[in-house]
Design a protein around this ligand. Structure first.
Ligand SMILES: [Ca+2]
Ligand SMILES: [Ca+2]
Ligand SMILES: [Ca+2]
Ligand SMILES: [Ca+2]
Length: 261
């Protein structure tokens, strides 16, 4: 792994402030059918302390205004000047990696208060922090270890199976796959669904995406050297090139396509 160059960008949150035309283009040149719009942004610095590799946004306090989550803090929108601790804040080594890589804002237990899913250094656990509710947001949030190991440097939190429920797409112990919360018990251990044999880099691995590669309406999972085609029956996926010799795929795994990326 190389040291990420985007650390400083994690400190910054961009806020749209208006709409305008570029000064170097005559407005008359913009036809109605093109109707291009140039959005202008200002940059607001949340902090000068390094806490996390990434940040996220969502309404934490239920006022319908997006807040920003950065490492151990969430910052109240719309001015992002007031911050609240989620877990004990510990500045990270700027010459190394943070213990928090990515986070996502989502109401896991459906109580109307958005919770936070975090993943850290590849191979470390995934955690859900339960929102204590709008009356208790000055206290630390309860923490739940929901996935024992989340690997790859580009995990995704999205609905890959198409049932309206988001999954954590990642690798775990060398297997590509996705972790799903247990129905009705989102703070207990999630189930990891392997879609490949033990072929993924451990624990790092670069490049992981989700998208409908073959246009059949079902999201596929894209790895650095191929893609896993989601079969008709959710739960079995397949893989394209670079299949290690001697490996066979169980019918429950996603299909390997012959397509070269
Ligand atoms: Ca808010
Ligand atoms: Ca919740
Ligand atoms: Ca799903
Ligand atoms: Ca597909």
């Amino acid at each position: 792994m190389k040291r990420p160059s985007f650390v400083w960008t994690a400190f910054l949150f961009l806020t749209a402030i208006g709409v305008g035309l570029p000064t170097f283009v005559d407005a008359q040149e913009l036809s109605a059918e093109n109707n291009h719009i140039v959005h202008s942004f200002t940059r607001t610095q949340l902090t000068d302390v390094y806490f996390s590799e990434g940040a996220s946004a969502g309404d934490i306090n239920g006022d319908r205004v997006a807040d920003v989550v950065y490492g151990p803090y969430w910052f109240e929108g719309p001015d992002y000047e007031t911050k609240h601790e989620i877990y004990p804040a510990m500045p990270q080594n700027r010459n190394g990696y943070a213990d928090n890589f990515f986070c996502w804002v989502h109401d896991f237990d459906g109580d109307g208060n958005n919770d936070i899913l975090t993943v850290g250094f590849p191979g470390r656990p995934g955690y859900v922090y339960r929102n204590p509710g709008p009356q208790n947001l000055d206290q630390l949030w309860e923490k739940f270890d929901v996935v024992d190991s989340v690997a790859n440097e580009s995990p995704q939190f999205t609905d890959v199976t198409g049932d309206g429920i988001k999954e954590l797409v990642c690798t775990r112990h060398g297997h590509y796959g996705f972790a799903t919360p247990t129905d009705g018990r989102p703070f207990e251990k999630w189930t990891f669904h392997e879609i490949s044999p033990d072929v993924a880099p451990k624990p790092f691995g670069h490049g992981l995406g989700v998208g409908d590669v073959n246009g059949d309406g079902r999201p596929d999972i894209i790895a650095r050297d191929g893609w896993f085609q989601q079969p008709r029956i959710t739960g079995s996926f397949t893989r394209p090139r670079s299949v290690p010799a001697g490996l066979t795929y169980s019918p429950t795994m996603w299909t390997v396509t012959a397509t070269t990326m």
